[in-house]
Design a protein. Structure first.
Ligand code: NDP
Ligand code: 2IT
Length: 445
């Protein structure tokens, strides 16, 4: 490894010893930038890496709210404004009990490079709270969102920082947060994306991450002389990303055969009934076991076993580190051809290494799941201009963006990766070069 990269990583480990996820992402990114760094000695002179790994700003605050029994509860929330070199900070809000600063810093750093790949002027940010929306009433979720926004509003803005959804945050939560923002500030602006269609949301945003993931996967398979048509697909998760990835995979001629949630998974050899799954997850907010019951299928406890289900293409779409080495080994044993990451950093380092060693095509999250934030970018543009794109226009733009990201990442893989299909290194290099260039141009920032 390049000495400069190594020094920066060592210093980062000393300073952030307890931030495992952040260090994991930083190591993955920086260790793939050897060639980039050697070709740009000015980066070291200008302390580019030291600046890149340090968030511009971290905001932490308490969120007090009252539950249905009248008890006052407190959660911890954050917004990490990681890098604003190429545009307003942009990235989702996550509501999940596991949320902590390490996870949000890793997500914000990944987001910075992802957003650079989209070609839209968006910096990188991420936020969230250790609040679990599961089992909460509508009123509790609303009061929580309102309380959170009562602090967050002062730190965000259409040209400052534009949050969106992520795990546990969908259209309902965005609506509650947006309503509170507007009440406090007294002005309509495109301060959040993923809004409802009746108040400035963008057609196709809900579907964008999952659809984009399939467009990227299709481009990657096409490049290798193959396609999604006729493939068996396994998807982990059954949230926003997984549902629409399953839908698009089916439209492209594949058969999604298995999906999961954090409790377990189901296998449907006839192909997942997407409408039923959407109803269970989006409307009824029930567990995936309901799908098995209603279809008379067996339900498998535990989410990990899903990687044992034979498939040609695996799309991990739930959460970080959900695809460990064992999972990768099971996939390879059953002949998987491609793994494309819908979630952020779903594959562990050794899982990625094993997949590459076994010639499995691997699409890294920051490229493959960039469709969601890309359409968020379109939503920002739409709000700024007071216009609305049609579903067809959005889909065409999303398709073009994902194909362009594949082309960019593929070219960068040839230049900077260990092989022409080292798309992980390609995505890191292409994203980093754009951010680094903007930072250098702006001086000591
Ligand atoms: P959702 O909240 O809609 O769905 C999350 C899904 O993952 C649920 O099925 C959930 O199961 C499961 N899950 C969550 N945590 C765990 C866990 N610790 N172990 C096992 N399963 C888990 O979130 P999204 O679909 O929006 O996000 C999924 C992933 O995609 C995340 O990594 C997110 O960062 C990433 N992403 C999202 C984008 C978006 O536009 N929404 C854009 C790009 C990336 P359960 O309900 O049981 O908790
Ligand atoms: O990880 C992600 O890219 C997202 N959660 C979407 C971010 C956004 O601003 O739309």
């Amino acid at each position: 490894m390049n000495k400069y990269v190594q020094n920066v990583l060592e210093s980062l480990e000393r300073k952030n010893a307890h931030e495992a996820e952040f260090l994991q992402a930083a190591e993955e990114i920086l260790s793939s930038l050897d060639k980039v760094i050697s070709m740009h000695p000015e980066y070291e002179q200008q302390s580019l890496l030291e600046r890149f790994v340090e968030p511009e700003r971290v905001i932490q605050f308490r969120v007090p709210w009252v539950d249905d029994s009248g008890k006052l509860r407190v959660n911890r929330a954050f917004r990490v404004q990681f890098n604003g070199a190429i545009g307003p900070y942009k990235g989702g809000m996550r509501f999940h009990p596991s949320v902590n600063l390490s996870t949000l810093k890793f997500l914000a750093m990944e987001q910075t490079l992802k957003n650079a790949l989209t070609g839209i002027a968006m910096g990188g940010g991420k936020g969230g709270a250790d609040f679990d929306p599961h089992g909460k009433s509508e009123g509790e979720v609303m009061r929580f969102c309102q309380s959170l926004m009562t602090e967050l509003y002062r730190h965000i803005g259409a040209n400052i920082d534009v949050p969106a959804g992520d795990i546990g945050v969908g259209a309902r939560e965005i609506g509650f947060m947006f309503g509170q923002y507007k009440r406090i500030v007294g002005e309509y602006s495109g301060v959040l994306t993923g809004k409802g269609l009746s108040y400035g949301g963008c057609l196709g945003r809900k579907e964008a991450t999952g659809y984009g993931l399939c467009y990227f996967t299709e481009a990657m398979l096409n490049h290798a002389g193959d396609s999604l048509k006729g493939k068996r697909v396994v998807l982990s998760g059954s949230g926003n990303v997984a549902l629409y990835a399953a839908q698009k995979a089916k439209e492209l001629g594949a058969t999604p055969v298995a999906m999961s949630d954090s409790q377990g998974f189901v296998v449907d050899e006839n192909g997942i009934d997407i409408e039923l799954m959407k109803d269970i997850k989006e409307n009824r907010r029930e567990r995936i076991s309901a799908y098995a019951h209603e279809k008379g299928l067996s339900y498998h406890e535990g989410s990990q076993g899903i990687w044992e289900v034979p498939c040609d293409v695996a799309l991990p779409c739930a959460t970080q580190n959900e695809l460990p080495l064992n999972g990768a080994k099971a996939l390879v044993k059953n002949g998987v051809k491609a793994v494309a990451e819908g979630a952020n950093m779903p594959s562990t380092k050794d899982a990625v290494h094993y997949l590459k060693q076994n010639n499995v095509l691997f699409a890294p999250a920051k490229a493959a799941n960039a469709g969601g934030v890309s359409v968020s970018g379109l939503e920002m543009g739409q709000n700024a201009q007071f216009v609305a794109f049609t579903q067809k226009e959005v889909d065409a733009k999303l398709h073009a963006i994902m194909e362009n990201i594949f082309a960019t990442v593929s070219k960068a893989a040839s230049l900077y990766g260990s092989s022409p299909t080292d798309y992980a290194a390609g995505a890191n290099a292409a994203g980093f070069l754009k951010v680094a260039d903007a930072m250098l141009a702006q001086g000591c920032v």
